[in-house]
Write a protein that binds this ligand. Structure first.
Ligand code: HEC
Length: 180
């Protein structure tokens, strides 16, 4: 047999017509045996491919929130950006506020009775411009954003800590804007 005949199947496998799928000659690596996080896994204790981390471990680079069970301590936390109303801080704060909070607490923090989300909520999201929140420490607002409060969920995993402080400053900015 001529040697070039051996090469022929490899050449024909390469199609120049990109609209059609190629023929899979060697299928290793084409379909990964690795499971996706949400898939079923018969070998796992809870049959979920996503495993729980071992007890008493934290992910790399993760700093646990020190005041998760210390409300009094949380109130006294010092805002590392206290009073910083620079454009860069407020812009980041606004970005995260508009993405995560606005839908419930309103464009300017005025709370919301009518938004499509709050209509369905038994407890309406309160205003953040109240005397109550104005008199709260920055640490208190940070704590509620981190841990949630009542029917409001926690945002610790959505918004990294340093951005949460910028959201706090943005709320302070909204409060100032409100009392012209
Ligand atoms: C799904 C709607 C929803 C979203 C989104 C939401 N909240 Fe709330 N928030 C609420 C509700 C409802 C309450 C009142 C909860 C309670 O006291 O039981 C609340 C309470 C608060 C309070 C305390 C207000 C008070 O008078 O006690 C603060 C501060 C607050 N939210 C800030 C935020 C910030 C900042 C974000 C974005 C990171 C946010 N919330 C996202 C619904 C929401």
């Amino acid at each position: 047999m001529k040697k070039w005949l051996l090469i022929l199947p490899f050449l024909t496998a390469c199609s120049f017509d990109k609209s059609k799928p190629n023929i899979e000659l060697i299928q290793d690596f084409m379909e990964s045996p690795a499971l996706k996080a949400q898939e079923y896994d018969a070998t796992a204790p809870n049959n979920s491919a996503m495993r729980l981390p071992p007890d008493n471990t934290v992910p790399r680079g993760f700093k646990p929130y020190a005041f998760a069970k210390d409300y009094e301590g949380a109130l006294k936390q010092v805002n590392p950006l206290a009073g910083d109303m620079s454009e860069s801080v407020l812009n980041v704060g606004m970005k995260y506020y508009n993405t995560n909070c606005m839908v419930c607490h309103g464009t300017h923090g005025e709370g919301s009775e009518k938004s499509s989300v709050s209509q369905l909520m038994a407890l309406k999201p309160p205003t953040l411009l109240s005397d109550k929140i104005r008199n709260w420490s920055d640490g208190n607002i940070f704590h509620v954003v981190t841990m949630g409060q009542g029917v409001m969920g926690p945002y610790a995993s959505h918004i990294p800590a340093r951005y949460r402080w910028q959201v706090v400053n943005y709320i302070r900015h909204l409060q100032k804007q409100d009392k012209k």
